[in-house]
Design a protein around this ligand. Sequence first.
Ligand code: NDP
Length: 245
Amino acid sequence: MGNKRILITGSSRGIGAQTALYIAKNNPDTEIVLHCNSNPAKAQDVKKEIEAFGCSAGVLQFDVKNRVQCREIIENDIKQNGAYYGVVLNAGIAKDNVFPVMEDDEWDDVLNTNLGGFYNVLKPVVMSMIENRVKGRIVTMSSISGLAGNRGQVNYSASKAGIIGATKALSLELAKRGITVNCVAPGVIDTDMVEGIPVDEVKKMIPMKRLGTAKEVASLVNYLMSEDASYITGQVISVNGGMYR
Ligand code: NDP
């Protein structure tokens, strides 16, 4: 991936941070553009770790729900530092509740962050990839919940299923330009997002009887970002310990 810029949204912690570290460690000529919203200090810690691998890194801070902010900050970064080779659309939230008592803001926040973020982040990025004739890579983050549905997650399942549809459609539009667009669908991964879940009960439902690690997701994203993955596009690939097939 030599000297290529990769933006990873939501890389202040969790899967995004591990993905940034994994790509940096394995591709030291890459420039990692980290991204955070409410945790800039954590993003700075990830930046230091990346720089220790001899890789360069920067940090952008914006709320993926805020279309104007996304456009301004991303366009400005591209203008100053050049087009991205790749984007990992990873930032996301869950606000679980059973549907009959779901609050309006639980629906709106999850849809506006997870699915709204697809449009708000990728719109300014994709045009510049096209203009610069970058044969790049886009990887989006869905979930087993978007594939199979999950009780208490009607909002989250809708947003993550929407990402799958959007990924497939965009892959068709960009295929002839050599830009691949794929989707990773993790199962239950041990990050802040799953804090408070009944781990022992959940493990019983996973054929491998354990949660996945962020690194196990990161290694797949790294592969999909690589030149070796040049003929894979429009795919949804699960990382879930055999939970859903
Ligand atoms: P974490 O909660 O650990 O991290 C979430 C990341 O998203 C943080 O970096 C956070 O930034 C960022 N983020 C959240 N909201 C916004 C926002 N409005 N604007 C910008 N950035 C935002 O989550 P995970 O690492 O577990 O999840 C990463 C992705 O993987 C998500 O899309 C999630 O839905 C998906 N996923 C996770 C699974 C799991 O079991 N953990 C399973 C399946 C999918 P900051 O901290 O700076 O605010």
